[in-house]
Design a protein around this ligand. Structure first.
Ligand code: GDP
Ligand code: MG
Length: 692
């Protein structure tokens, strides 16, 4: 089937989200196999999984970049994005969720709702993505459905609705009872391809009745008509039940729960049916809202129709053996092969030389794609992750870009030769276009190149890509914390700029106040009346303000929590100049910040360590020595889960430490949570001088 013929209502854009090791990749492999896309089943532990095609992924056995693929099921076109579970790759998850319409959350039947499941679930919540849950690994010893449901309620505040019952569990897991159709599904062979739907064995009937009652009641409550029918003791039809489940799922009032074991090839086809039956098509989700790139106040709605002008979001850029590839989600209009388009923010022209429907490693060429589609485009040179793409000659729209957290860790990198330096700059530029949570800069004082990112593993993988994939010879330093600075009080400043340049006199004077604010993002207010500062100069003042926030007075770290109000200023007739206003603002800020006084802030991580009881004492003792604040110790099955706030500066190499303290049995996850003041006695070692 060609995608061109797929009506919008028959498209599903979905992502699989989960904690690492819950079985996302294995489940995806099965999905591709059963939908006829693949003729062999890849196995993660053998390093042959089709979706984990990057060398790094196969070596580490984890998913680190999301790969998009398209398959067909029950005459529906499903565009699937495999997302990683590791928080160091949070950007991957964010940008996937931003362009997806629905999600499948995979949980391990033994581990239940683990730390990263919580994180990705919250992300899905933020983007209002309706979800299904798939409780996997029911063949494992210790698997229990009830326990996972309870954790979904407690930890995710979800409202799970069980659509199936397991037949047997652990070693004895044989199949599934479908509570909607009242059939049992048993598998006839090891590959799971052949299965039988038949009447439910009498031994299960009692349990089925109980669960069915709950299911029907929950659905009837969603709809007055159904409730009336139900109260009259008329049974609801399968179609009515399915329509009710679909409605409640799209409203995000319930999370339908499906069961299975991907490794044992059980439960995957009913999961595919549920994706088609219950997850939204691009028509079912609210249309995307954008803004005019010049004037951010006006909302523009992207209607998912082929007749509208093109509007798409570039949500991912990758580089492979064929060159750079830009992944687009199309929200409205059509994109033709060879078409010229515009990057809304910069106004630059791009050409979509080729359009590809992606299948992990290989791809099919498409000549025309429409709304709701997710495709890869080659030929783009400027568009970066998060950019909006519009038709040439139509009204430009800028869609809300995905939100990315700020970097917390940095590392020096040094090319081995001058030749390598040129290559390195080129590679770094590419990598920043691909990965919005990765940045680089040249340190003004030392001239060193500094990379920054989300965690040790993130920078480690970037360094590996630079040296191995791009073959640039470099030395790297130890990872370091990226600190911030904030003012402690308030201050005022006056800046002046006067200079003759290009045959013209430039003059400006700016007065402003600074103070600490609760929000971390710096805020500027220009309250000087128009008669004093012409609105034409506001842009130049904003630029000076941004420049003034880049490096603080203590150690040159970025300034956060800063509120600034421009109260007055002046220029002279004939000497009005943007350059002068920018420079005068920066000078005034330096003075005001100096007067206000500053302190150092450090990234604090939320840390979760999962450990057998016997190692807990040692782990907590160690955390206390790292300035960590233990907040809660919870039980998860027979394991203990320690929740703590941990200064990133104390957590380098923690992976090795945890392993050592627990003979390899404890695991942990960590994500940036806030910035907090650095204790004064640590300042000197960080700044390299005594500031008092
Ligand atoms: P991901 O990190 O979520 O992508 O998880 P993977 O698909 O890589 O699976 C992690 C590990 O769990 C691998 O060793 C899989 O073989 C194994 N696994 C996946 N699904 C099942 C299952 O249903 N039962 C059992 N026993 N193991 C599974
Ligand atoms: Mg994986």
């Amino acid at each position: 089937m060609s995608a061109k013929n797929t009506p919008l209502g028959h498209i599903r854009n979905i992502g699989i989200i989960a904690h690492i090791d819950a079985g996302k990749t294995t489940t995806t492999e099965r999905i591709l196999y059963y939908s006829g896309k693949e003729h062999r089943m890849g196995e993660v532990h053998e390093g042959t999984a089709i979706m984990d095609y990057m060398q790094d992924e196969q070596e580490r056995g984890i998913t680190i970049t999301s790969a998009a693929t398209t398959f067909f099921w029950q005459k529906h076109q499903v565009n699937l994005i495999d997302t990683p579970g590791h928080v160091d790759f949070t950007a991957e998850v964010e940008r996937s969720l931003r362009v997806l319409d629905g999600a499948v959350a995979v949980f391990c039947g033994v581990g239940g709702v683990e730390a990263q499941s919580e994180t990705v679930w919250r992300q899905a919540d933020r983007y209002h993505v309706p979800a299904l849950a798939f409780i996997n690994k029911l063949d494992r010893s210790g698997a229990e459905v009830e326990h996972v449901l309870a954790e979904m309620r407690e930890r995710l505040h979800a409202n799970p609705l069980q659509l199936q019952l397991p037949i047997g569990i652990e070693d004895n897991f044989k199949g599934i009872i479908d509570l909607v159709t009242l059939e049992q599904i048993t598998y006839d062979d090891e590959t799971g391809e052949k299965f039988t739907r038949s009447a439910i064995d009498p031994e299960h009937l009692e349990e089925v009745e109980l669960h069915r009652l709950h299911l029907v009641e929950s659905i009837a409550e969603s709809d007055e008509e159904l409730m009336e029918k139900y109260l009259l003791e008329e049974d609801l039809s399968v179609e009515e039940l399915k329509a009710g489940i679909r409605k409640l799922t799209l409203e995000r009032k319930i999370t339908p729960v499906l069961l299975g074991s991907s490794l044992r090839n059980k439960g995957v086809q009913p999961l595919l049916d549920a994706i088609v039956d219950y997850l939204p098509s691009p028509k079912d989700v609210p249309p995307m809202i954008g803004h005019d790139p010049k004037d951010h106040t006006q909302n523009i709605t992207c209607i998912p129709s082929r007749k509208e002008p093109l509007c798409a979001l570039a949500f991912k850029i990758t580089d492979d053996q064929h060159g750079p590839l830009t992944f687009l989600r199309i929200y409205s209009g059509e994109l033709k092969e060879g078409e010229k388009v515009i990057v809304s923010a910069s106004g630059r022209k791009e050409r979509a030389s080729r359009i590809w429907r992606m299948h992990a490693e290989h791809r099919d060429r498409e000549t025309l794609v429409g709304p709701g589609e997710i495709v890869g485009v080659s030929g783009f040179k400027f568009a970066a992750t998060g950019d909006s793409i519009c038709a040439d000659g139509s009204e430009l729209i800028e869609l809300e870009p995905p939100k990315f957290p700020s970097t917390v860790i940095s590392m020096a990198i040094e090319p081995r030769s001058n030749d390598d330096r040129d290559k390195l700059m080129d590679v770094l530029q590419r990598l920043t276009r691909e990965d919005p949570t990765f940045a680089y800069r040249t340190d003004a004082e030392t001239g060193q190149l500094i990379l920054s990112g989300m965690g040790e593993l993130h920078l480690d993988i970037i360094a590996t890509r630079i040296t191995r994939d791009y073959k640039v010879a470099c030395n790297t330093g130890n990872p370091r914390v990226t600190y911030r600075e904030a003012v402690t009080g308030s201050g005022s400043g006056k800046g002046e700029f006067e200079q003759a340049m290009g045959g013209k006199e430039h003059y400006a004077q700016v007065q402003l106040n600074v103070r600490r604010i609760a929000e971390s993002e710096p805020e500027l207010k220009i309250s000087a009346p128009e008669s004093v500062i012409n609105p034409h100069s506001h842009r130049a003042i904003e630029e000076g303000f941004s420049g003034g926030c880049i490096s603080g007075p203590l150690g040159g770290y970025p300034i956060i929590h800063l509120g600034c109000e421009v109260t007055g200023g002046a220029t002279r007739e004939g000497c009005e100049s943007e350059v002068a206003f920018t420079a005068a603002t920066e000078a005034a800020m330096r003075q005001a910040i100096q007067q206000a006084g500053a302190e150092l802030l450090e990234p604090i991580m939320s840390l979760e360590v999962t450990t057998p009881d016997e190692f807990m004492g040692g782990i907590i003792h160690d955390l206390n020595g790292r300035r960590c604040e233990v907040q809660e110790i919870a039980d998860r099955g027979n394991l203990k889960v320690v929740h703590a706030k941990a200064p990133l500066a104390e957590m380098f190499g923690y992976a090795t430490v945890v392993r050592g303290l627990s003979t390899g049995r404890a695991s942990y996850s960590m994500e940036p949570s806030a910035f907090a003041p650095v204790p004064r006695k640590k300042w000197e070692s960080i700044l390299g001088y005594n500031p008092s």
